[in-house]
Write a protein that binds this ligand. Structure first.
Ligand code: ZN
Length: 283
């Protein structure tokens, strides 16, 4: 968990968390799509940015998508966040075909709040760099994300239900090496949240006023995604410490592999709807 940041009293111009008055000494060149993401996805695809046409899938090497937007201290406070994001991506790719996964690697556990912070970090970084915007906006520079985003990233605040991340169910998903983000706007210029494509899976981050009508097929902060082929299964588990609500789980059924390519297909990704154990006694 992120610790409450000690106030250094310093606000470093150019650091997007400068409003917290806890900066270090110098700006660092920061990947707003985490290095752990880039390392695993290699030549990743990225979509959803204003310079791209809607259907475009751009490509960029790990040297791109970096900008001096955080100081050394704030950057180092996000290392656990990067790690959680990296573990989820590694699992989604590794579990494409459960039969190929060694026994001792079939269960991966990640802190759900840290993974969620990874999504917030990606949105905050692209926002600060002036990329999470609508095409008609003027290119802004050196923007400060809303203070509540900074509290989530650097001061241990967690989002409360129904805000947080969702995973969409679906049929015929193609699991592949790609990462994409599309900011969601109710009002300019601050995004309400973002849609993410991570290794082919569809995640949504909602930071305020979720659009519930578009979330009926999605699981809110799932506890587990089980990947199944024949009788073999792998599990990506999200831990939700300090959260006593019941979390849904999901199952992903393997379908096949496209010939001569590293792309794998899922027959389905479904939300397991748990029956509530206590039924209301109102009659
Ligand atoms: Zn700073």
């Amino acid at each position: 968990m992120a610790k409450t940041s000690l106030k250094t009293g310093r606000s470093l111009p150019g650091c997007y968390a400068r409003g917290l008055r806890a900066c270090g000494n110098k700006l660092t060149r920061e990947h707003y799509v985490s290095r752990s993401v880039l390392a695993q996805l290699g030549n990743y695809g990225i979509l959803g940015f204003p310079w791209q046409k809607s259907a475009d899938l751009g490509e960029a090497g790990p040297g791109a998508l970096a900008s001096k937007i955080l100081c050394d201290r704030h950057n180092s406070l996000l290392s656990e966040v990067d790690q959680a994001l990296g573990e989820v991506i590694a699992s989604l790719l590794l579990f494409r075909d459960p039969l190929t996964v060694p026994n001792d690697k079939r269960i991966v556990t990640v802190n759900g709040h840290q993974f969620e912070r990874g999504l917030v970090k990606t949105l905050a970084g692209t926002y600060a760099a002036g990329l999470a915007r609508r095409a008609e906006q003027l290119p802004p520079r050196n923007r400060e994300p809303p203070r509540d985003w900074l509290h989530i990233l650097f001061e241990g605040t967690t989002l409360s239900q129904p805000c947080g991340f969702y995973v969409y169910a679906g049929l015929g998903l193609e699991v592949e090496k790609m990462f994409g983000m599309v900011p969601l706007f109710d009002h300019l210029p601050i995004p309400r949240g973002a849609d993410f494509r991570i290794a082919g899976y569809h995640f949504r981050l909602e930071l305020r006023n979720p659009d519930r009508a578009n979330l009926t097929s999605a699981a809110y902060r799932p506890s587990t995604i089980r990947f199944i082929r024949e009788t073999t299964s792998c599990e990506l588990r999200f831990e939700w410490p300090d959260d006593s609500t019941q979390h849904q789980s999901m199952t992903a059924a393997w379908q096949g592999q496209t010939t001569g390519a590293s792309r794998h297909l899922l027959a389905s990704l479904e939300v397991v709807r748990r029956q509530l154990e206590k039924t209301p006694s109102k009659r």
